[in-house]
Design a protein around this ligand. Sequence first.
Ligand code: SAH
Length: 246
Amino acid sequence: MTAGWIAVAGLGPGSAAQVTPEVTAALAEATDVVGYIPYVARVAPRAGLTLHASDNRVELDRARRALELAAEGARVVIVSSGDPGVFAMASALFEALEACPERQNIDIRILPGITAMLAAAARAGAPLGHDFCAINLSDNLKPFAEVERRLRHAARGGFAMAFYNPRSKSRPHQFGQALDILRQECEPERLILFARAVSTPEETLTCVPLAEASAEMADMRTVVIVGNAATRRVGRWVYTPRSVTE
Ligand code: SAH
């Protein structure tokens, strides 16, 4: 039996041009691809490759399945969108591994990808050009009170911010609450970028001052970037200067 392996690969934000050659090479060698349905759909089927698409919210089952397959000799690619280490499958795999000491000698590689906030920032200009943080607004894996606390501290700390999973059908009101916190902590002119489906044919980018932002501007295909107090427009671009003055 040949030795199996697992590669946890980031497919980037959507466009084939933003998939790294390293990820393409791992997919070419794989016997099995494991992942959330829309991400597995981005992998071209071919003879000798089994696609295991599963629903959302079953990350740990998926990670355990990948460990089983690799232990049986399969070459497994676990696919994530963007980067696999950003609110994605790499941590889920290590969580499963922690609970499974007999699998800890499996060959595992994490293959980075272009995460949504960086793809979105590049389309808009350079809104993350100074200190910033990334916050997952979903309360699937943490209480919403913790989301609110972190958001408030990040705003008070002067960070630009990127919000992942800003708004879904199952929690339509929380992004509005997040905007309320921003309105308490930031000036009304603060620039907010709504970047939807970046690098796909459906891509849209909208940049408005906080005073004009509304919850309906975001959905689950949107990453929201909030500038810092110095973030500004130059022509059609949005950028954050590299220096901060007292
Ligand atoms: N691992 C992924 C993030 C997974 S969480 C990454 O690194 O990008 C899913 C969230 O990512 C979505 O709700 C959205 O906020 C963001 N996202 C993923 N792809 C996107 C895209 N092409 N355009 C805008 N936002 C995207």
